[in-house]
Design a protein around this ligand. Structure first.
Ligand code: ADP
Ligand code: 5GP
Length: 202
C-alpha cells in the first residue's frame, strides 16, 4: 500500500481551508499536514490544530536539526512542513494533503515528485479575493494589502500545477477537489511501476 501527496496552493483567502473542510466527508481517510509557523495565531486558531506556532529561534533550530521537508518565508514569516509525520502517514498508505505556498510546492515536487499531485486554487478575480479577505476579518488592512500583493506574484506559478480550481461556487470547487483527491490516490510512483514490469517479465 502506497501513500500519495496532494499539494494545494493559491493566494491566502482563495478558499483552501474552506474547500478541504467542505470536501472532507467525501475524500476518504487522509492526513492533513499541520505546518509550523512563526506568524501570530489568528483569533480562534489553536496550536497543534491549525498550525504549530513557534518563535523565530525555535523555527531556526528546527531547520538546523533537519526537521523540515520544506520551509519558506511567506509574508515575512517562516512556514514549514515537518518531515516525520508526513513519512509516517505515507508509510501507512494515506493521502497526505499540504496547504503550502508556491515555493513549498516547488521544493516538495523536487524532493518527492513521484508521489505528488498538485492543485492551484484561486478565486474568480483579484477583486473577489480582496472582498473575501476583508469579509474573513482575520487580518489588519496592512496584512490584507500584503497578501493581495503576494497573490499577484503567486498567480505567475499557476502553470506549474497539475490542476487549477477556480473557487467561485463552493459546491462546484469542492466537487472538483474531490475528483482531484481521488486521482491523487491513483497516481502510481516509479517504484510501483517497476515492480509491475518485473512481475510481468517473470
Ligand atoms: P485560505 O485557506 O485559502 O486562506 P479560506 O478558506 O480561509 O482561504 O477562505 C477565505 C474566506 O473566503 C473565508 O471567509 C471563506 O468563508 C470565504 N470563502 C471561501 N470560499 C468561498 C466561496 N466559494 N464563495 C464565497 N466565499 C468563500
Ligand atoms: P496563512 O498565514 O494565511 O495561514 O498562510 C499564508 C501562506 O502560507 C499560504 O499561502 C499557505 O499556503 C502558506 N503555508 C502554510 N503552511 C506552509 C508550509 O508549511 N510551507 C510553505 N512553504 N507554505 C505554507
Amino acid at each position: 500500500m502506497q501513500g500519495a501527496i496532494l499539494v494545494l496552493s493559491g493566494p491566502s483567502g482563495a478558499g483552501k481551508s474552506t474547500i478541504i473542510n467542505h470536501a472532507s466527508p467525501n475524500i476518504g481517510e487522509y492526513y492533513f499536514s499541520i505546518s509550523t509557523t512563526t506568524r501570530q495565531p489568528r483569533e480562534g486558531e489553536e496550536h497543534g490544530v491549525d498550525y504549530y506556532f513557534v518563535t523565530h529561534e525555535e523555527f531556526e533550530e528546527g531547520i538546523k536539526a533537519g526537521d523540515f521537508l520544506e520551509y519558506a518565508t511567506v509574508h515575512g514569516n517562516y512556514y514549514g512542513t515537518s518531515l516525520k509525520p508526513v513519512n509516517e502517514a505515507l508509510a501507512q498508505g494515506k493521502l497526505v494533503i499540504f496547504d503550502i505556498d508556491v515555493q513549498g510546492h516547488r521544493l516538495v515536487r523536487a524532493k518527492m515528485g513521484d508521489y505528488v499531485t498538485s492543485a492551484f486554487i484561486t478565486p474568480p478575480t483579484l477583486k473577489e479575493l480582496e472582498k473575501r479577505l476583508y469579509a474573513r476579518a482575520t487580518d489588519d488592512t496592512s496584512i490584507i494589502e500584503r497578501r493581495i500583493e503576494n497573490a499577484k506574484e503567486e498567480i505567475n506559478a499557476i502553470g506549474e500545477f497539475d490542476f487549477v480550481i477556480i473557487n467561485d461556487v463552493i459546491e462546484e470547487a469542492s466537487s472538483q477537489f474531490t475528483t482531484i483527491a481521488n486521482a491523487a490516490r491513483l497516481k502510481q510512483n516509479r517504484e510501483e511501476l517497476e515492480k509491475m514490469v518485473l512481475h510481468w517479465r517473470n
